[in-house]
Design a protein around this ligand. Structure first.
Ligand code: PLP
Length: 358
């Protein structure tokens, strides 16, 4: 048998989540965020599962190229736009939608005037997060520059919320108010909602929404889990026992020898380490299911393996299955145990794992 560490992608769960978000979005169109290899799930696998998404959003030009090469015909949005004129030419040739968030990008468009065909320009406005975008005061000039250099292109407004994942945050209301006040007499299409806003703020849907994390069945709010929203986790991270030890009280396990058995006990070794994407900072006690029974991580996570307390599962043997995260053990819990966020854990899952479609 090959190394048992693997990722199982539940395509039915992905479809379920998409349809749930589709209903929440009402009349708004959906830009499915598939950056970072679809949050670790596999870019093309996810895109092929969503033939009805209105657009896909990525960050890297290479990801957009992969989508086009695979025959994806929907709009593909570059969330940070382009970084140089060579990229601008390639993006235009692929018919990609461009985010334009600064003067440099406007100037590139004005200097090169590439033919964008049916692709749209998304002018990014800084409504208060202060990461990317034109200030509301700069927007009219940016808009005029776009219209002058790309008279035929659809121009739309985009912004991003800093606090939508925190329930009822005053800053979210303030950002939405700024967004509402932009270009009051225009009929420009707008997009601001990430997963958290789509799940909690119907008024933030406008004409387009752009969920990422929720598509993969995971909660953007730290205090909740995907299932609380009716979402189903798409990724399962699985492995199996490659050793079972019966250790005596006081014996150490793993690097640093700083975890010691409190009593005579069985300890399992799983083929799963930080090089696979399991977080090294998950401490002793992080939950792991062995044979569907709740067990716990112990000691330090190694590059290619980790140790698990088998006292709750004393009959476990080499070859038995373990679940690191998935439906019965939401990744939100592992993120909490590791002082991380689920986004990080999902997109760090390593390509050396076997990927299997369910
Ligand atoms: C990643 C990203 C999203 C998706 O955010 P989620 O919280 O995963 O829904 C939306 N918009 C932008 C600009 C992003 O970079």
């Amino acid at each position: 048998m090959s190394r048992p560490a693997r990722v199982v992608i539940d395509r039915a769960a992905l479809r379920h989540n998409y349809q749930l978000l589709r209903r929440l979005a009402g009349a708004a169109r959906i830009m499915a965020v598939v950056k970072a290899d679809a949050y670790g799930h596999g870019l093309l696998r996810v895109a092929k599962c969503l033939p009805d998404a209105d657009a896909f959003a990525v960050v890297c030009l290479g990801e957009a190229e992969q989508l086009r090469a695979a025959g994806v015909r929907q709009a593909v949005v570059l969330l940070q736009g382009v970084y140089c004129v060579e990229d601008l030419e390639r993006a235009a040739a692929l018919g990609l939608d461009l985010v334009v968030h600064n003067r440099t990008q406007l100037d590139m468009l004005a200097a090169r005037r590439p033919s964008l065909g049916k692709a749209a320009i998304w002018l990014k406005v800084d409504t208060g997060m202060h990461r990317l975008g034109f200030s509301p005061a700069e927007l009219p000039a940016a808009l005029a520059s776009c219209k002058a250099s790309q008279p035929g292109a659809a121009v739309r407004l985009m912004s991003h919320l800093a606090t939508a994942h925190e329930p009822d945050h005053a800053m979210t209301r303030a950002q939405l108010q700024v967004f509402d006040g932009l270009c009051p007499d225009s009929d420009l299409a707008r997009c601001i909602a990430n997963s958290a806003a789509l799940l909690t703020l119907p008024a933030a849907c406008y004409q387009w929404v752009r969920p990422g994390l929720a598509l993969y069945g995971v909660s953007p709010q730290a205090s909740r889990e995907g299932r609380d929203w009716g979402l189903r986790p798409v990724m399962r991270l699985e492995s199996g026992l490659i050793a079972v030890r019966r250790l005596r009280a006081g014996e150490p396990v793993g690097y640093g020898a700083d975890w010691r058995c409190p009593e005579d006990m069985p300890v399992g070794i799983l083929a799963m380490g930080y090089a696979d994407g399991y977080p090294r900072h998950a401490g002793s006690g992080a939950p792991i299911l062995v044979n569907d029974r709740p067990c716990a991580l112990l000691g330090r996570v190694s590059m290619d393996m980790l140790a698990v307390d088998l006292r709750a599962c004393p009959e476990a043997r080499v070859g038995d299955p373990a679940l690191l995260w998935g439906r019965e053990l939401p990744v939100e819990r592992i993120a909490r145990a590791a002082g991380a966020i689920p986004y990080e854990l999902l997109c760090r899952v390593h390509k050396r794992l076997q990927f299997v479609d369910a």
